[in-house]
Ligand binder design. Structure first.
Ligand SMILES: Nc1nc2c(ncn2[C@@H]2O[C@H](COP(=O)(O)OP(=O)(O)OP(=O)(O)O)[C@@H](O)[C@H]2O)c(=O)[nH]1
Ligand SMILES: [Mg+2]
Length: 308
């Protein structure tokens, strides 16, 4: 089957699409011909990262965002959701949890939900996530939402994978100082204070807004919006803000800059994949020599880099 045939089938059959994305998530280079084609056709999707600390309500919010986005888009447009899961790929408890919370849309033909493993890579997203996002973009999805595991220090990656980054902070997340430490403030284009039905929401909104006052904004002031995503409360305002951010990007030089950082991150991720693979292959014989102590790790490392 040619690459074009497979692309055509992936457009019309979600099982084919699912298998293609599994293959891409596993190893983007195994699908390089398809990715090359899809990438050239892409660029039309609004890619939206949803990040925040564990249990912040990211999946619940993502589910509600999808419902609102679907209500606003043409019937022939599709929304993709990628949940980057900290544990095993495609099966396992945590993913099941996400499936259940996103269950509202599991039977909706306009929604495609896929979990990818982050394979223990720090940074909140897997190295193959940019490739999966690019594939859905190239296949014509109008919106691609990426929910990332929030792991404290390293939400930065998601900001260089998506056009708009939504940072979710729970209402009762008392220690707001952590926010600046975690680098949340710099990456967020839209801030959501989730679980606003709980005590502390107003204070968290105020604290975040005050902190954002001192972050350089370059023409876009990130709004701080309370939600109770369980019942849909505040979700429309979040989608309004996400759309406003997209318009802001379009109307300023910021879009090119954003796309540039996405390009850099995507190339870097691909280089990392290839480099690790090549290194593992080249290293194997020398590792035995290190174990035998007939050479040492530093001499081996130097021999690679100097190419002696
Ligand atoms: N009270 C209240 N609880 C909420 C709200 N939104 C989410 N929750 C609850 O918070 C818990 C975590 O929600 P998730 O959406 O799974 O959070 P998450 O950030 O995706 O979690 P991980 O992916 O495991 O990091 C669940 O028990 C939700 O029911 C809300 O608006 N109000
Ligand atoms: Mg989740």
């Amino acid at each position: 089957m040619t690459a074009d045939d497979r692309i055509q089938m992936a457009r019309t059959d979600d099982r084919v699409l699912g298998r293609l994305l599994t293959s891409i998530a596993d190893d983007p280079f195994s699908e390089s011909e398809i990715l090359a084609r899809l990438f050239r056709e892409g660029g039309g999707a609004h890619t939206i990262g949803v990040t925040g600390p564990p249990g912040a309500g990211k999946s619940t919010l993502t589910n509600a965002l999808v419902a609102d986005v679907l209500a606003r888009t043409e019937p022939d447009q599709r929304v993709g959701v990628i949940a980057v899961d900290p544990s095993s790929p495609f099966t396992g408890g945590a993913i099941l949890g996400d499936r259940i919370r996103m269950g509202d849309h599991s039977g909706d033909a306009r929604v495609f939900i896929r979990s990818v493993s982050n394979r223990g890579v720090l940074g909140g997203i897997a190295t193959s996530t940019p490739a999966v996002v690019a594939a859905l973009d190239g296949l014509g999805f109008s919106h691609v939402l990426v929910e990332t595991v929030g792991i404290g220090q390293s939400e930065i990656d998601i900001a260089s994978t998506c056009l708009t980054t939504v940072v979710v902070v729970p209402a009762d997340w008392g220690d707001s100082v952590q926010a600046s430490k975690a680098g949340f403030l710099e990456v967020g284009d839209v801030f959501v204070v989730s679980k606003a039905d709980r005590p502390g929401a107003e204070r968290t909104v105020a604290d975040l807004s005050a902190m954002l006052d001192i972050v350089p904004s370059e023409g876009w002031r990130a709004p701080v919006l309370p939600t109770t995503a369980l019942d849909g409360g505040g979700v429309a305002s979040v989608v309004d803000a996400i759309e406003a951010h997209r318009r802001h990007l379009r109307q300023s030089d910021a879009e090119r800059a954003r796309q540039r950082s996405i390009a850099v991150a995507t190339v870097e991720a691909a280089v990392e994949t290839l480099t690790r693979r090549a290194l593992a292959e080249r290293m194997a014989p020398d590792v035995d020599a290190v174990v035998d102590r007939s050479t040492d790790p530093w001499s081996v490392a130097a021999s690679f880099v100097d190419n002696r």
